[in-house]
Design a protein around this ligand. Structure first.
Ligand SMILES: Nc1ncnc2c1ncn2[C@@H]1O[C@H](COP(=O)(O)OP(=O)(O)OP(=O)(O)O)[C@@H](O)[C@H]1O
Ligand SMILES: [Mg+2]
Length: 347
């Protein structure tokens, strides 16, 4: 025999967490992970089916296992009727989410109320639709409004040549079209709280995800008018609101003083990052932060004028802003050092 006996609880938990990504081979995967027989794993799977947490489709070898939706709900609201995000949260959404760990509920509370408030305050929509799906592993909430469209609105406010450039402004943070009443934090933090956070509007699909690692995705889409926000979060995660907020605070102060900008987002529509004008677009509003971390993941190289504008000209003009480069390729590093050397007068 030589097999180790493992308590059923971790096996069932593992099954639930990996079913969605492995609908046909989850049994093999689980047996390997726990060093037990497939028959033993099958017994646990059958128990989950009996409990209604998992549904089976197909026959024998073609059998597929899926998480049963524990909750599937949708509703439309009239935006004109003085709709308040905390009322919708308390009366409709929170009861549907049901029992979840405290940290997970807090993330939902934050993300839902921020995104729903955006519809009420910024979208000009007549109708907003909510959809919620909860399985044993994860929960998804969609908020879809028939308003002006988020990227179009930002494009118009900043006179951007390309709708896609609006995504970069949201990723930087502190961008708002209504500075008298807002501070431009909702999307910045919400997008970093969830396992997946998507906005589709007009011709743009934007997504931030944590899988093995963090990734930012920007694609063309054919979404029509309005704005769709989709938030997806596992029901069990170690993430907390505080941990996410703390990442964007520089040492002594507790405010939102630090940002991390995925430079990769600039490449869409621009291909190569070479010119000073591209650099200036990247740099706009950097002076509102104490620390700006430029994340070069996915950027193979940058041009000399681009590097000079960011790492010498801007740095000389704004000594109070600290600019840090991370995940830079050797090629990018070389350009950065060169500009910094020129700036320090050592060249
Ligand atoms: N559903 C939407 N429809 C149209 N525009 C939107 C929508 N949601 C957000 N926006 C635009 O995106 C901007 C950024 O939104 P975000 O939630 O990050 O900040 P804010 O709402 O302005 O400030 P805060 O969230 O800190 O109150 C808004 O100022 C608005 O211009
Ligand atoms: Mg907001």
């Amino acid at each position: 025999m030589g097999k180790i006996r493992v308590g059923g609880e971790p096996i069932r938990k593992f099954l639930i967490e990996h079913l969605a990504d492995h609908p046909t081979d989850v049994v093999r995967l689980t047996a390997e992970k726990f060093g037990c027989t497939r028959q033993a794993v099958h017994k646990h799977l059958q128990r989950l089916v009996a409990e209604g947490a998992v549904v089976v489709s197909g026959q024998t070898r073609g059998k597929r296992y899926e998480l049963a939706p524990l909750e599937r709900w949708s509703r439309q609201y009239d935006v004109a009727t003085g709709l308040a995000e905390d009322v919708v949260w308390r009366e409709d959404v929170a009861p549907l989410l049901g029992k979840l760990p405290e940290n997970v509920l807090s993330i939902w509370h934050y993300g839902f109320t921020e995104m729903f408030n955006n519809v009420v305050d910024h979208s000009g929509a007549r109708v907003v639709s909510l959809a919620l799906t909860k399985t044993a592993a994860a929960t998804t909430i969609d908020i879809y409004d028939d308003g002006v469209g988020i990227f179009k609105k930002i494009q118009a406010a900043l006179s951007l040549v390309d709708e896609r450039h609006a995504v970069l402004e949201l990723a930087k943070g502190k961008f708002t079209t209504d500075p008298a009443n807002h501070s431009g934090e909702g999307i910045f933090f919400s997008s970093r709280m969830f396992d997946r956070f998507v906005i589709a509007s007009g011709e743009v699909y934007f997504s931030h995800e944590f899988d093995e690692r963090e990734d930012w995705i920007l694609q063309a889409s054919s979404a029509s008018g309005g704005t769709l926000v989709r938030m997806f979060l596992h029901n069990h995660t170690a993430r907390t609101l505080k941990k996410v907020f703390d990442k964007f605070t520089s040492d002594e102060d507790y405010g939102f003083t630090k940002t991390v900008v995925p430079v990769k987002l600039m490449r869409y529509g621009d291909d190569n990052l070479i010119s000073r004008s591209q650099a200036k677009r990247l740099l706009s509003r950097f002076d509102r932060f104490k620390v700006v971390v430029l994340d070069f993941a996915g950027v193979a190289s940058i041009g000399q004028a681009f590097a000079d504008e960011v790492f010498r000209v801007f740095v000389a003009k704004h000594p109070e802003v600290e600019i840090v480069a991370v995940h830079a390729s050797s090629e990018v590093k070389r350009m950065v050092s060169r500009a910094q050397l020129l700036g320090s007068g050592d060249a």
